[in-house]
Design a protein around this ligand. Structure first.
Ligand SMILES: [Zn+2]
Length: 272
């Protein structure tokens, strides 16, 4: 019995290191980015209002649970866009530049989902997007580093319809400051994002920027419980518009259109 259980454990550990990231070129690009952040030695300023977390935290703990298997994950998908191979949208992707950053804090169950739209932000704005895996108590050190870096002004994108953080609400980002606006998007289901917002102590002092949708979400793949809620990429498009980054907003919106059209086709199994 002991032998069987230890074998199972080894097998299980090996399945955990299946990283859902994509092509070799992307991996090396990610690695290069990780090694050469915009500010390699963060200018830590403990007096910053948002920076209350000690920097000696351990790296994110990987929960020893079975990896999430998205519906349809066995099908033949593109490693980059996660669409079915015949519906791949990679050829239609254009990149853009912006003077703001997006920091996606991802719930672990979101990483492999083909319906995850945070991936679109990363692909269109590769130089302006950072991704972190969410942990309630042990956030990645790289996240703590950027949160504590006085070069950035982080804002957490979250609705203003709940109580307890009224004093943190802002209506617009401060674009006149010489700091780089960094928009934190909690990338998960609405329930997961709410939990991430509430339970992450290291996010508790960051200004909250609610994004009001001007129109109904065009994203029909996953239902939001509240009318007016936008999916992750729609939030980013709205934030780019608010930040006067029209070109980037349009490029991202166009790619989201392509994603929506192709995804709808794939769901109906329409040959392209
Ligand atoms: Zn693709």
């Amino acid at each position: 019995m002991v032998v069987v259980s230890s074998f199972k454990k080894r097998k299980y550990e090996s399945s955990e290191i299946k990283v859902p990231v994509t092509t070799l070129s992307q991996i090396s690009a990610d690695a290069e980015k990780a090694n050469t952040p915009p500010n390699p030695k963060p200018d830590v300023n403990e007096s910053e209002a948002h920076c209350t977390t000690k920097t000696n935290m351990r790296p994110a703990y990987i929960s020893p649970r079975k990896p999430y298997k998205a519906k349809g994950s066995r099908s033949n998908r593109c490693d980059v866009c996660y669409m079915g191979i015949e519906y791949c949208i990679c050829q239609q992707r254009k990149t853009a530049e912006a003077t703001v950053e997006f920091w996606l804090i991802m719930h672990k169950e979101e990483v492999n989902k083909p319906t995850n739209t945070g991936r679109l932000i990363e692909h269109v704005l590769p130089e302006n997007t950072r991704k972190f895996m969410w942990s309630r108590t042990e956030p990645e050190q790289s996240l703590i580093d950027v949160l504590c870096n006085a070069k950035y002004q982080p804002y957490i994108i979250f609705p203003d319809d709940r109580e307890g953080y009224e004093h943190r609400l802002v209506t617009t980002p401060d674009l006149s400051s010489n700091k780089i606006p960094a928009y934190i998007i909690l990338d998960g289901s609405w329930r997961q994002a709410s939990r991430m917002f509430r339970l992450s102590q290291y996010l508790q002092n960051i200004p909250v920027l609610p994004i009001k949708s001007q129109s109904e979400s065009t994203y029909k793949l996953r239902k939001a419980p509240n009318e007016g809620n936008l999916c992750t990429v729609e939030v980013a498009i709205a934030v780019l518009q608010m930040s006067q980054e029209q070109q980037a907003a349009e490029t991202l919106a166009q790619y989201f259109d392509v994603f929506n059209i192709q995804y709808a086709k794939s769901r109906r199994n329409i040959k392209v």
